[in-house]
Design a protein around this ligand. Structure first.
Ligand SMILES: Nc1nc2c(ncn2[C@@H]2O[C@H](COP(=O)(O)OP(=O)(O)O)[C@@H](O)[C@H]2O)c(=O)[nH]1
Ligand SMILES: [Mg+2]
Ligand SMILES: [Zn+2]
Length: 357
């Protein structure tokens, strides 16, 4: 049986219980199956259901529990043993969100209360700096620390080139090269997978997230394999998010690949992701410089002398437009909530050293 402190319970969550009915107890969401939540508590494994009134009170899907969340539950009279009622979802200490796929402008929380986000990318043909940048943007927004994992080193013959390309993108996030297949270089991940902490693996389908997690766990907990060829729908091996406990007492969240990483972040996180560009722009002669034809434009100069990559600048503009769109569609209430969150999260995010210093 686990103690909740071993699941990451701390003062931040404890203080939220002040006004809660003392008969309610906390539990952590480890998996969601439609309307059923698999919970872990010091009462062991439980199934949590959400009563209609809690569902109705939620203004957005983001107000409902997700994997990694802490909830408080009560017992349901006459219910099957192990089935409980979720009374509320506690405030999150961090959360990794994306914009829901499609036209709706709403937040989808992929994982919450995480300390580390592993952004996994394959060093094979899947390698895509643009995708890594997007994950970084969402990570800087999450309140958790990003770590870039470049897997499948065994399939890469231009490592130096790729590392060089990443250098200007990582913005202080650590970068680790490994091969899960050869079990080479993977031990470094143990430095982040510490007792009482939670990490989440993000990245496209097939990059090796589940393989890496199985290695860390020491047994084949998750099914692995590329996109199934025999399935015309192209379904992926990992289809749901799930939190598992390691033997050392750390928590790991596996996620299925996201086909679309639509941005759900604010301009502060954008500035953090593209700190290099914003630092150059400070030196433009006009402080409202559009970096077009203005005289004394430091951005144009940086492109010309090769210290700034044109493609990175283009990706910055594209993400800036996406962030502006999300921000413009958000209600004033959502923006205020975001500001509160930022205050909370910023206590956690340590300022990483700028590699360019
Ligand atoms: N060559 C090579 N293949 C790997 C490596 N890591 C994982 N794979 C393979 O890539 C495929 C997808 O791995 P999986 O862990 O299911 O990826 P996920 O979708 O990110 O969870 C599997 O066939 C793995 O055996 C690696 O480092 N090198
Ligand atoms: Mg997987
Ligand atoms: Zn300029």
């Amino acid at each position: 049986m686990v103690e909740i402190t071993e699941l990451g319970w701390n003062h931040f969550f404890q203080q939220q219980l002040v006004e809660t009915d003392p008969s309610c107890k906390p539990a952590r969401v480890v998996r969601q199956d439609m309307n059923q939540y698999h919970l872990l508590s010091d009462d062991g494994n439980l199934i949590g259901v959400i009563p209609g009134r809690v569902r109705k009170a939620a203004l957005s899907k983001a107000d409902l529990p997700t994997v990694g969340d802490w909830v408080v539950y009560s017992h349901i009279e006459g219910a099957e043993a192990g089935t409980v009622q979720i009374e509320k979802c506690l405030d999150r200490k961090s959360k990794f969100s994306r914009k829901e796929a499609g036209e709706v402008v709403d937040e989808q929380i992929v994982a919450s209360n995480i300390d580390t986000v592993f952004i996994v990318s394959g060093l094979d043909d899947d390698f895509n700096p643009n995708r890594i940048e997007r994950y970084l943007l969402l990570s800087w927004d999450s309140g958790a620390n990003p770590v870039i994992v470049l897997n499948k080193a065994d399939l890469c013959d231009n490592l130096e080139e790729r590392l060089k390309e990443l250098e200007s993108i990582a913005m202080g996030a650590p970068v680790h090269v490994m091969s899960a297949l050869d079990k080479a270089g993977t031990e470094v991940l143990l430095n982040y997978v510490k007792p009482g902490t939670t990490c989440a693996f993000m990245g496209s389908s097939g990059v090796g997230k589940s393989t890496l997690i199985n290695l860390l766990l020491g047994y084949e907990r998750f099914a692995t394999g590329a996109v199934r060829d025999d399935d015309s729908k192209g379904r992926h091996t990992t289809t749901f998010r799930e939190l598992v406990l390691t033997e050392s007492g750390a928590m790991i969240i596996d996620t299925p690949g996201m086909r679309e990483i639509q941005v759900w972040a604010d301009s502060a996180s954008l500035s953090q992701t593209f700190e290099d560009i914003e630092e150059i722009a400070i030196h433009c002669k006009f402080n409202d410089c559009q970096h077009n034809q203005e005289p004394g434009c430091a951005i144009r100069e940086a492109i010309e002398n090769g210290s700034l990559d044109r493609e990175r600048l283009d990706r910055y503009y594209k993400l800036k437009r996406e962030v502006a769109h999300v921000e413009s569609q958000q209600t004033a209430a959502a923006r205020a909530a975001k500001k509160e969150e930022r205050k909370r999260f910023s206590n956690k995010v340590r300022k990483l050293p700028n590699k360019r210093d």
